[in-house]
Design a protein around this ligand. Sequence first.
Ligand SMILES: NC(=O)c1ccc[n+]([C@@H]2O[C@H](COP(=O)([O-])OP(=O)(O)OC[C@H]3O[C@@H](n4cnc5c(N)ncnc54)[C@H](O)[C@@H]3O)[C@@H](O)[C@H]2O)c1
Length: 365
Amino acid sequence: MSDILHTLEVQLPLPEVDRSYPIIIGRALLSDGAFWQSLIAGRGVILVTDDQVGPLYASTLKESLGGVSQLTEVVLSAGEARKDMASLETILDAALKDRHERGSLFVALGGGVVGDMTGFAASCFLRGADFIQVPTTLLAQVDSSVGGKTGINHAMGKNLIGAFHQPTQVVIDLDTLASLPEREFAAGLAEVIKYGLIRDADFFEWLLAQVGALTARDGDTLAYAIQRSCEIKASVVAEDEREGGVRAHLNFGHTFGHAIERLQGYGEWLHGEAVAAGMVIASQISVLRGTLDASIVEKLIAFNRAVGLPVEAPSSLSASDLLQAMSSDKKVSSGKIRYILLQGLGEAAVTEHVTTDDIVFALSA
Ligand SMILES: NC(=O)c1ccc[n+]([C@@H]2O[C@H](COP(=O)([O-])OP(=O)(O)OC[C@H]3O[C@@H](n4cnc5c(N)ncnc54)[C@H](O)[C@@H]3O)[C@@H](O)[C@H]2O)c1
């Protein structure tokens, strides 16, 4: 028997059709046949996963999908390096060869890489098919599965080819986190604490108090951490689906993080690890500006240490290295780097006015 703990709605502005969708958080959802039959409602399914997640969970989900009219399974090689045009083609080829129609549903079973690629494949299959996100990493559960950003990488940079395409459901089965490697789990926690820093001071303090339970992957603690993270992401996306304004706040720590990832060579540091160090740098600059109390940075550093996340950029990187790498980030607007800083705990703001001296200070603080 599955156990649905919480359902929340991502409300989207209406153009012509209602694109709002539920995020369903629970346990044993993958094995609940009746639950899946009601979601699928007789449609064909293109199930996409990777070769690490597939062997763990695909057979359970396929069993639950049982009597669907048409089931195509695509198993991709795991990893960021395979988030590319060739994998996208593999998904689309399989769907076309099996003669799926636009009414078929894509189901993304895996981390953010599978989710982003499957969503993008759905967005361009026969000019747009529906898809369900079934995120299996903590990062994907609290971040990438919600909000409709989909895409693939290009040799020129990450996520350069993609589309906004919202899922029709996000199904978060907390049981899948049991098999997640330690580093991947910690990387997800970086995005969780980010929500507290940019939007919810109480949540930040709650996370600090729960650090032992979080690292022990206590079920109820994780369920609330994921629920609150999704609520915050959903409210930001509802306010600004296409990142014209407040959605940029979700990039807190990411401007520096992307630069660290790029300079270290992709795959060396996980995305969440680079974001963790980036959030410390951005917080230090906020302290320098007088908008954030230094005690918050100390708390953030203590949290990162306790969960196994970095607390600073690699010492080999200088302020000018970071600045140079940030200048070529795709989020640079009209040649200006946009930084997200804190105006206080739980409140973020965008600025273009960060100097090399500010970054030197933050790196040496
Ligand atoms: N669309 C968005 O808004 C958004 C937001 C943030 C990040 N992203 C994207 O998400 C991607 C990163 O996602 P990720 O961190 O989930 O990485 P990932 O998808 O590469 O997963 C990490 C690794 O964990 C494995 N894995 C996944 N679930 C598992 C489980 N339950 N048990 C054991 N192993 C498991 C995967 O096979 C993979 O090897 C990046 O490509 C990033 O660009 C997108």
